[in-house]
Write a protein that binds this ligand. Structure first.
Ligand code: HEC
Length: 152
């Protein structure tokens, strides 16, 4: 007798599971469609390349490493990095050692001299002493100014 009861209980349970499963599938098919105005979010998770190295996802903005440069948690203006590159490309680093961070070259150290935006522009545009005029201009000069100000 108890065996039959167990079977009945099992059958009831199976029926319940079947009903619940049916309830899950019977959702509104329209609700599963991505709305046309949905925002696409790029996958910024790190990827693994063919050599097994972890690389940032293509187009992902890699968050700066914690404890990096700068007091604001390493958030750096991209103009500063571009400016350092322009400082080298424009030949400034040939005279200003350590990309302007060190003394001892033909040109003086620029880091920590309190150089201002205006002073840097005037000197680069007009030259000064042994320093030739007009080595950088336009966007390059803007970035160089941002870079040199970041050294102050
Ligand atoms: C041929 C060597 C030479 C090159 C190249 C050169 N400089 Fe200079 N720079 C100097 C010298 C020398 C001085 C010091 C001039 C003086 O005061 O008599 C100087 C001074 C400066 C100063 C003033 C520092 C201060 O506050 O007193 C800045 C800023 C500067 N250079 C930026 C640059 C930048 C930016 C470039 C590239 C676009 C550059 N220099 C390329 C030689 C050079």
């Amino acid at each position: 007798m108890s065996r039959i009861r167990k079977l009945a209980a099992f059958a009831a349970l199976a029926a319940l599971v079947a009903i619940l499963a049916a309830a899950c599938v019977s959702s509104d098919p329209d609700a599963a469609v991505t709305p046309a105005d949905a925002e696409t979010v790029a996958n910024i998770a790190a990827q693994t390349d063919e050599d097994g190295n972890t690389v940032p996802a293509e187009g992902a903005e890699v968050p700066p490493a914690a404890g990096g440069e700068g007091e604001e948690g390493g958030e750096e203006d991209p103009a500063i990095a571009d400016g350092e590159a322009a400082f080298v490309a424009s030949g400034c680093s040939g005279c200003h050692l350590g990309n302007g961070a060190e003394g001892g070259g033909v040109g003086p150290q620029i880091a920590g001299t309190g150089a201002t935006d205006e002073r840097i522009r005037t000197i680069v545009e007009n030259g000064r002493g042994a320093m030739p005029a007009g080595l950088a201009s336009g966007g390059d000069l803007d970035n160089i100014v941002a870079y040199l100000l970041s050294l102050q």
